[in-house]
Write a protein that binds this ligand. Structure first.
Ligand SMILES: NC(=O)c1ccc[n+]([C@@H]2O[C@H](COP(=O)([O-])OP(=O)(O)OC[C@H]3O[C@@H](n4cnc5c(N)ncnc54)[C@H](O)[C@@H]3O)[C@@H](O)[C@H]2O)c1
Length: 434
């Protein structure tokens, strides 16, 4: 995915923290601490390419805050990866784990590389080389990576294997999102989309929705976008538009999502689904751009691709009543204000896409205890946690008359602030009577 590099993305993340601070009962010291990542590591990874030449790639790992537990967050392979982006993503992970009340802090990492240009062997050498460079920074009780954009279960397997070789013993809990035979969890593959689906179901109860009357548009048809579209469709929702990096398709009566997924995954390109050719006969649909998809007259808009797609430039044209942020950071701060004025409810990323990290947490727990749960157990626990925390954030939003993002940050901030204060703040240490 080609996320544009946003030098201000970390600053944007921090500004949301300042806003939430007004509604969370925490010490200003805690706020100050959270504005600075705990540790930043930059590494150079030399890789012998298949043609015998040497290339050196740059990788990063940022641990934002570990007050509530070991840090957790994905690894991204993309040419756009830079330190600003990784810092912002690590910051979001701290808040995502806190809003879900998972005993983790936040981290993120990545390598600046176009993974599509590498052979499988080059990709394996790069992934193992990265672990060699960060082996002292990560660990099951310090920092636990996971997959993110353009990394997958097999890459996580290589990384776990490399880390285990370095330590001369098998350590599956060092990384999550692994293949199931290597200690991965049931249910990790669709966990992000499923978590977002549970949020929508909770919202449906509050708004008394009849799913068959609700029209949904999904931007991004990868792991997360496909899962949420599939689950919504199975529940009776009308998925009227989907898109990928090449563009989108629209169908007023709604798509048969399982066949779209099958076609997309066979053809690798969504627009091939409706263009001329044998594959296309099954689906009649109108071609739309990604920008047009965002402005469709739908009830729910699900951005599930890139950061910063809804900005001050297009926010006013959004017609959906609800936006569920499956992507990380799809709405800029300026756009947030415009959407709030238009009374569009935004279910924020740190809650809506937290299903992935929640099942990653389950994977880690299973690895640590060496006892594995069936799929039904994973889905039951995920549903319980998503519904509970959705309700918690929703109630704060109503009670404090704030937008849902600010409520989610305030809930998370209160939990992190409480943990920081448990170690003592200036208020405690300057009190001479104590
Ligand atoms: N997969 C997870 O567990 C998970 C967890 C939390 C958050 N997220 C976030 O969800 C988003 C998607 O992640 P994913 O794992 O589904 O990635 P993915 O790589 O599987 O899929 C991304 C999709 O977005 C599409 N895309 C790329 N550029 C686009 C553009 N310019 N316009 C529209 N679509 C475009 C791609 O074609 C693809 O269909 C990211 O922001 C990611 O950080 C994912």
């Amino acid at each position: 995915m080609n996320a544009p590099t946003q030098p201000s993305v970390f600053a944007g993340a921090i500004s949301r923290l300042d806003k939430a601070f007004q509604y969370a009962d925490i010490d200003a010291e805690a706020l100050e601490r959270l504005k600075h990542p705990k540790q930043i590591l930059q590494v150079s990874i030399p890789v012998r390419m298949d043609d015998g030449s040497l290339r050196v790639f740059t990788g990063y790992r940022v641990r934002h805050d570990d007050t509530r537990g070991p840090t957790k967050g994905g690894l991204r392979y993309s040419p756009q990866v830079d330190i600003e982006e990784v810092k912002a993503l690590a910051f979001w992970m701290t808040f995502k784990c806190a809003v879900m009340n998972i005993p983790y802090g936040g981290a993120k990492g990545g390598i600046c590389v176009n993974a599509k240009e590498l052979s499988r062997l080059e990709l394996e050498r790069l992934s193992r080389g990265f672990v060699e460079q960060i082996a002292e920074f990560i660990g099951p009780e310090t920092d636990i990576p996971a997959p993110d954009m353009y990394t997958n279960a097999m890459i996580m397997g290589w990384m776990m294997d490399e880390y285990s070789k370095i330590h001369r013993r098998r350590i599956p809990a060092v990384i999550t999102g692994k293949p199931i035979p290597l200690g991965g969890s049931q249910g990790r593959d669709d966990a992000t989309g499923r978590g977002a689906f549970y949020c929508i179901k909770e919202l449906a109860k509050k708004r008394d929705w009849d799913p068959t009357q609700i029209r949904v548009a999904v931007q991004g048809f990868g792991n997360a976008g496909q899962s949420v579209a599939r689950l919504l469709h199975a529940d009776g929702y009308q998925v009227v538009a989907v898109s990928d990096s090449q563009g989108g398709i629209y169908k007023a009566e709604g798509f048969d999502v399982p066949s779209l997924i099958q076609n997309k995954n066979q053809s690798r390109r969504l627009q091939a689904v409706y263009c001329s050719g044998s594959l296309c006969e099954t689906v009649r649909a109108k071609s739309i751009t990604n920008e047009e998809l965002l402005k469709l007259d739908v009830d729910i808009l699900v951005p599930a691709a890139l950061e910063n797609v809804i900005t001050a430039k297009n926010a006013d044209a959004i017609r959906a009543n609800v936006i569920v942020e499956v992507a990380n950071g799809p709405i800029t701060c300026e756009a947030d204000e415009i959407l709030h004025d238009k009374e569009i409810l935004v279910v924020p990323d740190i809650l809506a896409n937290a299903g992935g990290v929640t099942v990653s947490y389950f994977e880690w727990v299973q690895n640590m205890q060496g006892f594995y749960w069936p799929l039904e157990e994973i889905q039951r626990r995920l549903s319980e946690m998503m519904c509970r925390e959705f309700g918690h954030v929703y109630d704060w939003m109503i009670e404090k008359k704030i937008d849902m993002r600010t409520a989610a940050y305030a809930v998370a901030l209160s939990r992190i602030g409480e943990a920081i204060a448990s170690l003592g703040t200036a208020r405690y240490f300057s009190d001479n009577d104590s």
